[in-house]
Design a protein around this ligand. Structure first.
Ligand SMILES: Cc1cc2nc3c(=O)[nH]c(=O)nc-3n(C[C@H](O)[C@H](O)[C@H](O)COP(=O)(O)OP(=O)(O)OC[C@H]3O[C@@H](n4cnc5c(N)ncnc54)[C@H](O)[C@@H]3O)c2cc1C
Length: 373
């Protein structure tokens, strides 16, 4: 079976790795080609906070899928001898406003009731876990989730693709101009160079750009349009220069989310600043917003001595109902696009590989088919 995967982000890379290995056990040989017009992982996956979590208990089926995804990450990392790009280091969230405190306490109770590792901690416990962090206001409610963590997108994607390549997959740096079809069957892709590549199955793993690819054969995908004014998809992520020893796990405070990176830099994000960003925001304004992120980080970490190294606009692939879009869209065409793709990627690869190779149906994905709209 010839399979083309468009997109070498976490979704495409995890799928390539899974398909090539599941394919070795299949009755007929599987030939995988991954195509991306940018370096692997440099799309959304490389600019993601990449918090691996199942932190929202409000939709229990989705919560369970994410819990399973955390287990899949553990297994995946064990297969790579617990690499530096997988960091199951826990997450701390705190809230100070009265309504947010109430919501956070209720969330911890609900998660703990479902046996998810979640507990409220004291200021002294926070100090012990994150000694460089300034204490929050005395009334703050502080939650600790020891089972969560993060993955660094670019090295994770690269490691998955390297392993897939060693097992026989091919990775091409090319732009896919369009899908090609015969009747109702998708039969491959046309590259921007004009060359056609034929496949039995083409997988759309093109992240936020997926609707553009699917539109080439008249298909739609219910994803927020990043180019619309006030779209929630474009956002800002800032990286500092080296800041060793500043934080151990992830921190979610009322005005800043941050974590360390594989190179001991800090990654900074704040959702209130994202409302100011669209696809045309000029770099000087991104830099101003990054300076605000750094001010917030310095207030949180008084010993922080770093500067902003990079302020980058990134784009979230945001399904309009915030749930994954996974499944056959047409004969020969399978789509996997989701927010929270860093958390879900390897687990979705495990589930979808069976749908693609063995023609099985993963019942757990039934609620996430692209045709549900
Ligand atoms: C600021 C931010 C914070 C986030 N925080 C979290 C979080 O805490 N936890 C979490 O789980 N998720 C988080 N996410 C979401 C998560 O990062 C994404 O869901 C995930 O990275 C999507 O992966 P992907 O492989 O689908 O997309 P991408 O990584 O964007 O990969 C798609 C690839 O397709 C390629 N491509 C597209 N079109 C074409 C074409 N025509 N030809 C060739 N190549 C093409 C692109 O170049 C790209 O490399 C966050 C995202 C952002 C932006």
């Amino acid at each position: 079976m010839r399979i083309i995967i468009v997109g070498a982000g976490i979704i495409g890379a995890a799928l390539a790795d899974r398909l090539v290995h599941d394919g070795l056990a299949a009755s007929s040989p599987v030939q995988i080609t991954v195509i991306d017009d940018h370096p692997p992982g440099s799309g959304t996956s490389g600019t993601s906070l990449a918090w691996l979590n199942a932190n929202d208990p409000s939709d229990l089926a989705y919560h369970s899928l994410r819990v399973a995804a955390l287990r899949t990450w553990q297994e995946l990392a064990a297969g790579f001898s617990n690499p530096a790009w997988y960091r199951p280091v826990g997450n701390i969230t705190w809230a100070t406003a009265a309504s947010a405190r109430k919501r956070l306490a209720a969330r911890v109770n609900a998660l703990a009731a479902h046996n998810y590792p979640a507990r409220l901690i004291t200021e002294a416990q926070l100090q012990h876990l994150e000694p460089a962090a300034r204490r929050p206001a005395p009334e703050a409610v502080i939650a600790h989730y020891p089972g969560e963590g993060y993955a660094d997108g670019i090295p994770a994607v690269q490691a998955l693709l390297d392993r897939a390549s060693r097992a026989g997959a091919t990775v091409l740096k090319e732009q896919v101009a369009r899908l090609i079809s015969r009747g109702s069957q998708v039969t491959g892709v046309r590259l921007a160079s004009g060359q056609d590549l034929v496949a039995d199955v083409t997988i759309c793993a093109a992240g936020w750009r997926s609707p553009i690819l699917l539109a080439t054969i008249g298909l739609q995908l219910a994803l927020a349009d990043a180019t619309e004014p006030r779209s929630p998809a474009p956002c800002l992520i800032a990286t500092t220069t080296s800041a060793p020893g500043m934080v151990t796990g992830l921190l979610h405070t009322p005005d800043l989310y941050l974590r360390s990176t594989i190179g001991q830099r800090l990654l900074l994000e704040a959702s209130d600043l994202d409302t100011d960003i669209d696809m045309t925001t000029p770099q000087p304004h991104l830099d101003e917003l990054a300076a605000e992120l750094l001010d917030r980080a310095r207030r949180l970490l008084p010993g922080l001595n770093a500067r902003i190294a990079q302020a980058k606009r990134c784009v979230r692939p945001l399904p309009t109902d915030d749930r994954p879009l996974i499944g056959w869209q047409q004969e020969g065409l399978y789509t996997v696009v989701t927010h929270s793709g860093m958390t879900l990627g390897p687990h979705l690869a495990r589930l979808t590989s069976r749908e693609i190779l063995a023609d099985e149906t993963a019942e757990v994905l039934a609620a996430y088919r692209p045709g549900r709209f």
